[in-house]
Design a protein around this ligand. Structure first.
Ligand code: AP5
Length: 215
């Protein structure tokens, strides 16, 4: 089981690059944000707990997140994973390491996706997701064939509730404070590779692949 992690600020393009790369890396794309949004849509206990925190831009408690991810490892045992949005705190990173050690593996590489804040804000501002299947678009950069309609399933495209200005400000602040611990944690283990994510999806995908090959 190989574990690679995509890390970076909200809107930098983690989900976009992960969905393009997962097949090429023969890995399962595991987005904790997507799993939480599914739980909210299904009205599960986890969804109810997570929903109000997410719409304010706050993190969901570490214990819930670690259990969610470990459940995925157990359900899809033996597969390689491309993690998107996890770990997000130093405690999650330590618990992930412990859980992987118990399964005889460890984190292979952490890709730190970087882009200037103005780029990230433009990406978040134009993001639209499908209310039915969750596919993601951008009004200017990755537009759907028909405005407001999902290319994949014909569903209606909407803004994510946490893509409102106040929630974006909070998400960026939370990200910065968590990275103060997370980046040194992975650098000290020799598995942290920063990449430029400010270009097109194709350029970013190539940069990530190059970093993974070096790692
Ligand atoms: P999550 O869904 O993980 O949100 P995030 O980390 O804030 O990241 P985003 O999904 O906003 O952005 P992204 O980097 O994936 O960018 P995308 O590819 O969509 O988490 C949401 C919430 O859930 C958290 O705030 C927290 O509450 C909770 N949560 C999740 N995991 C947790 C954890 N481990 N612990 C605790 N709580 C947790 O791209 C953005 C836009 O830009 C799109 O419109 C896209 O089309 C466009 N785009 C992408 N790449 C490019 C490009 N290269 N050029 C032009 N446009 C681009």
């Amino acid at each position: 089981m190989r574990i690679r992690v995509l890390m970076g600020p909200p809107g930098v393009g983690k989900g976009t690059v992960a969905s393009r790369l997962a097949d090429k890396l023969n890995s399962r794309h595991l987005s904790t944000g997507d799993l939480l949004r599914e739980a909210i849509a299904q009205g599960t206990e986890l969804g109810i707990e997570a929903g109000s925190r997410m719409s304010k831009g706050e993190l969901v408690p570490d214990g819930l997140m670690v259990a969610l991810v470990e459940d995925q490892f157990d359900r899809h045992g033996g597969l390689d994973f491309l993690l998107d949005g996890f770990p997000r705190t130093a405690l999650q990173a330590r618990l992930l390491d412990a859980g992987l050690a118990a399964r005889g593996t460890r984190v292979d590489a952490v890709i730190g996706m970087e882009a200037p804040e103005r780029v990230v804000l433009q990406r978040l501002g134009g993001r639209r997701i499908c209310g039915s299947c969750g596919a993601s678009f951008h009004t200017a950069f990755i537009p759907p064939r028909t405005e407001g309609v999902c290319d994949r399933c014909g569903g209606v495209l909407v803004r994510r509730p946490d893509d409102r200005d106040e929630a974006i400000v909070r998400r960026l602040a939370v990200y910065r404070s968590q990275m103060d611990e997370l980046e040194p944690y992975y650098r000290s283990r020799g598995v942290y590779f920063p990449v430029d994510a400010s270009g097109t999806p194709e350029q970013t995908e190539a940069n990530v692949l190059t970093a993974l090959e070096r790692g």
